[in-house]
Design a binder for this molecule. Structure first.
Ligand SMILES: [Fe+2]
Ligand SMILES: [Fe+2]
Length: 140
């Protein structure tokens, strides 16, 4: 069944304006995640099929989990001091933001967009990923 959303903020965030952390591997993953979020957002805006949106959202969830796991392994291996708070922020997003979005799409809530998730990601990169990357780079 197509989902109809009456209000929608047009896309969104451009990678060019997104914060970087200067470790190519992580920046590439962040860009891919942003592109996935933008694609889902566009599909919602066009009244795309609800099942397809949910499928893409579940794939996005998997990609986020893999990316977070990747960062967490690197932090652990380097004995990074802010490991716990950084990991807690990942966890909160995965157990709060993403499931809430999935639920909202299932319920066909009006006004769904991915802006909150995209803002979370930009803020997380600036406040957590960037300091982590600086630490990892300083140890090379
Ligand atoms: Fe992170
Ligand atoms: Fe990240």
């Amino acid at each position: 069944m197509p989902i109809r959303i009456h209000s929608h903020r047009k896309l969104i965030q451009k990678w060019l304006r997104y914060p970087r952390c200067d470790i190519a591997e992580f920046d590439t993953q962040h860009q891919e995640l942003l592109e996935r979020m933008n694609a889902i957002n566009e599909m919602i805006a066009k009244g795309g099929n609800g099942e397809t949106v949910l499928h893409l959202l579940s794939r996005l969830t998997v990609h986020f989990a893999q990316h977070h796991q990747n960062e967490e392994q690197r932090m652990l291996a380097a004995h990074y001091g802010r490991f716990s708070s950084h990991t807690e922020d990942h966890h909160q997003m995965q157990t709060d933001l993403l499931p809430a979005l999935t639920e909202a799409i299932r319920r066909h809530d009006p006004g769904i967009d991915l802006a909150r998730l995209i803002r979370w990601q930009a803020s997380h990169i600036a406040h957590f990923d960037k300091p982590m990357a600086q630490f990892l780079l300083s140890r090379r």
